[in-house]
Ligand binder design. Structure first.
Ligand code: F6P
Length: 530
């Protein structure tokens, strides 16, 4: 493990970034007619064209050399073999074992994780099949037909994103809802529209201590009790839990047989492959849930075995390093040209920013270089009518990932053609610009703005699984090169602790807080209920 800035490859990249060898993307196409071939890679039903990047062969080779010098190969092995690479929490990082086609031989604390995974998969299959078949009844004997997922962060974003993406395959008689925010208006307005007799709540929380989730669950319990005449509604068939803290879920009153488990070695933001994927299995069926896992496993195999120069996650990670650390980009835009992938940017925000938003090294030293970028975006063509102005003519360098499905059976061929035509036009316009001689300055498009394009076939569980795993591994590779721990998230703890202190203290008397915060709290409390 080392400071990457001390590596000769880093120095070389710095020199290249100051030179002109990669200064114009269009010129790179002129000098190499085979550029598209050399700058594209396929895996798991995904095709990545990365030719529209500000990257010459020399830059690409030096980036690949940086990856090798960063001991990436041994770090990949360490993750897959279950070494405790999450050093600040002393945990292994084994979300890849959840989707592996072979039973994992790894043991954690003397327990076979392969056995544990199989057991939970079986439970998930049995339960999801029962509910989908109409065999799971509420307290009044009616069939459960509405699922409400209560969870936040990784216990919400993954299943929510995948459920939206795969809505084409949804059970025709079931409805799915996701509640995350502690803003009580969300759950109240949802519950007003639901029938308690046919509603099942899935309480998803790795820790089972998350304030938002427990408060929303309490509201759901009260609603069931008031409307169904139940006592301790959390012990009824209207509540199941998914957690890595069974004891806490049991203490909360959830029936032991209605608790699905996962483990410390699955990070929250990497947990959709575990029992946290229950809403997905309920919505699209267990076999399709397994196809999702299979797609991710295909990307895992590729990531472990492909040489770096043909390795999709490695390539995408290196491009990001080039822009962040050498060309000064501080954000990356993710623009899916598919409305059903609309939650991808939010999902990636947690994946990337919670993983790589770090400023100390694995050795605990303050870093002198930039790490994780700001990830943002939304679907095209909507974004074209909102923020694309800044992409085309703003002062910042913002690399873009365009993502599209070449086939969409839910759309009409004519409209889908327009959708994809727009995407291609945008990436071409960003790169080529329009330096018309004599045009007024406000009509000039500087161009030379980079992008990746990821094409997939019809949106299916398999290629969706591969897409998510692609980004997971991209984030991992960047974390390795930056020499940071991508698997903890200590930065979110202080705010949680202070919120508890603030809410627990007497109004206006909490001297731990600054004058501004105390004054604002007084104003809020003075107005609450008015
Ligand atoms: O606040 C951050 C976080 O810890 C995430 O990493 C996690 O996905 C989320 O909260 C939810 O945590 P839990 O699943 O324990 O409720």
């Amino acid at each position: 493990m080392q400071d990457p800035t001390q590596l000769p490859e880093w120095e070389n990249l710095l020199a290249l970034s100051r030179g002109s060898s990669s200064s114009n993307i269009a010129d790179l196409f002129d000098t190499n007619p085979d550029r598209v071939k050399g700058y594209s890679v396929s895996c798991g039903g995904l095709y990545l064209d990365y030719s529209k990047n500000l990257v010459s062969d020399e830059v690409k080779n030096t980036l690949l050399a940086l990856a090798s010098a960063s001991k990436l190969e041994s770090r990949i092995k360490a993750m897959f073999q279950g070494e405790r690479i999450n050093i600040t929490e002393d945990r292994a990082v084994l979300h890849t074992a959840l989707r592996s086609r072979e039973k994992s031989p790894i043991e954690e604390n003397g327990v076979s994780i392969g056995d544990a995974i199989e057991r939970q998969r079986n439970l998930l299959q049995i339960f999801s099949e029962r509910v989908r078949a109409g065999d799971w009844k509420g307290s009044t004997g009616k069939t459960i037909r509405t699922i409400v997922n209560i969870g936040i962060g990784g216990s919400d974003l993954g299943p929510k994103f995948v459920c939206q993406a795969l809505e084409e395959f949804a059970h025709p008689e079931m409805g799915f809802h996701f509640i995350s925010n502690v803003d009580g208006a969300c759950i109240r307005s949802l519950l007003n529209r639901l029938d308690p007799e046919t509603t099942l709540f899935i309480v998803q929380s790795k820790s089972f201590t998350t304030q938002e989730t427990l408060l929303n669950t309490s509201a759901a319990i009260r609603w069931c009790e008031e409307n169904l005449g139940l006592e301790q509604a959390q012990a009824s068939t209207h509540f199941v839990a998914v957690t890595a803290n069974r004891a806490e879920a049991e203490a909360f009153g959830i029936q032991s047989a209605q608790i699905f488990e996962f483990w410390d070695w699955v990070g929250g933001r990497y947990s959709l492959w575990s029992s946290i994927g229950l809403p997905i299995a309920l919505m699209v069926g267990y076999p399709r849930f397994m196809e999702l896992l299979n797609g991710a496993a295909t990307m895992d195999d590729h990531f472990r075995s492909a040489p770096f120069e043909a390795n999709m996650p490695v390539i995408m990670a290196l491009l990001g390093i080039w822009y962040s650390n050498f060309l000064g980009a501080d954000s990356v835009a993710v623009i899916p040209y598919c409305e059903r992938l609309g939650l991808l940017p939010s999902y990636l925000q947690q994946l990337d920013m919670e993983s790589n938003g770090k400023s100390v090294s694995l050795e605990g030293k303050q870093l002198s270089y930039t790490t994780g970028p700001i990830v943002w975006g939304q679907t095209g063509t909507n974004g074209q009518h909102a923020f694309f102005q800044l992409l085309h003519q703003g002062t910042r360098l913002i690399p873009v990932d365009f993502i599209a499905t070449v086939r969409d059976d839910l759309s009409s061929p004519a409209q889908h053609r327009v959708l994809l035509g727009n995407m291609l036009a945008q990436s071409a316009a960003l790169m080529l610009g329009h330096p018309e001689v004599g045009a007024p300055p406000h009509q000039a498009y500087p161009g030379n703005r980079p992008s990746n394009t990821i094409l997939m076939g019809r949106l299916m569980p398999t290629n969706l699984g591969a897409l998510i795993a692609l980004y997971e591994h991209k984030v991992f590779v960047q974390g390795v090169i930056w020499n940071i721990n991508s698997f903890d998230q200590w930065g979110v703890e202080l705010g949680k602790k202070m919120a508890k202190e603030l809410l627990g203290g007497e109004s206006g008397s909490n001297t731990k807080f600054d004058a501004s915060t105390r004054h604002l709290l007084d104003l809020i409390e003075g107005h609450s209920g008015k």
